[in-house]
Design a protein around this ligand. Structure first.
Ligand code: 5RP
Length: 238
């Protein structure tokens, strides 16, 4: 089965959990798009009523509007019933790496405000250790003094074998920093051997650096993970 079909299977399974009247957190990325499309379809058919969604990015906001999902924000709805979003990595304890799409800050705010946060992935996203797939662990930083902040991050992980970091740039233009929806930059951290040690302590140490806004480790936030397997079946981790 193609990877995109697996993403759709996981997304549709998550949308089965949505009930009329819910406030939803709307995720960002190629898996979350399938959830938006399905939600839009069910709203248009009148199967789901009085749904409002809080988008985790400007891209999601535009897509949600295009498929007819009514929108609100965290100020009007500080408690979210259910968030549905993809992830870059999921470990056996339901900890995640998110933010390859650069939306980690709004995602963490909205998903952290959710009674339930259901993660939708295909099985390629499962790892034994966060950082273990070789993909970036993103850190959103303010543009002012970004190189200074990046130096602090470098020093924090200096002792870690196989560690590297890089300012994220626009595809095709190494000189143009990638800018988030919050007008910030992203520094990508790479851990060749995955992140070793106490994740909460590592999270605290990153957040203590002045200039860091947020990082892409989502620890203890997911309430369940829907994994679409290559054989077409689905596994749910809680
Ligand atoms: C965006 C994210 C995405 O959820 C994550 O990158 C997964 O994306 P995709 O479903 O396209 O693989 O965190 O910031």
């Amino acid at each position: 089965m193609a990877q995109d079909d697996l993403k759709r299977i996981a997304a549709h399974r998550a949308v089965d959990l949505v009930e009329s009247g819910m406030v939803l957190g709307l995720g960002t990325g190629s898996t979350a798009v399938h959830a938006l499309d399905r939600l839009g379809e069910l709203i248009r058919r009148g199967v789901l009523r009085d749904i409002v969604g809080i988008p985790t990015s400007k891209k999601t906001e535009a897509h949600a509007r295009s498929v007819g999902i009514p929108l609100t924000d965290l100020n009007a709805n500080p408690v979210v019933d259910l968030s549905i979003d993809g992830a870059d990595e999921v470990d056996p304890h339901l900890n995640l790496v998110k933010g390859r799409g650069g939306s980690l800050l709004r995602e963490k705010m909205i998903e952290g405000a959710s009674r339930r946060f259901v993660v939708i992935v295909d099985e390629t996203k499962m790892v034994n250790r966060l950082g273990g797939s070789g993909l970036a662990v993103p850190v959103e930083v303010i543009p002012f003094g970004w190189n200074f902040t990046m130096g602090k991050l470098r020093r924090l992980f200096d002792h870690v074998e196989g560690f590297d970091l890089k300012l994220r740039t626009e595809a095709g233009d190494e000189k143009a920093p990638s800018v988030t929806d919050n007008s910030n930059y992203v520094v990508d951290l790479f851990f060749e051997n995955g992140i070793r040690g106490d994740l909460e302590e590592i999270s605290d140490a990153i957040l203590k650096i002045v200039g860091v806004v947020e990082h892409g480790m989502f620890l203890g936030l997911a309430t369940s993970v829907i994994i679409a397997r290559k054989d077409g079946g689905v596994t749910v981790m809680k």
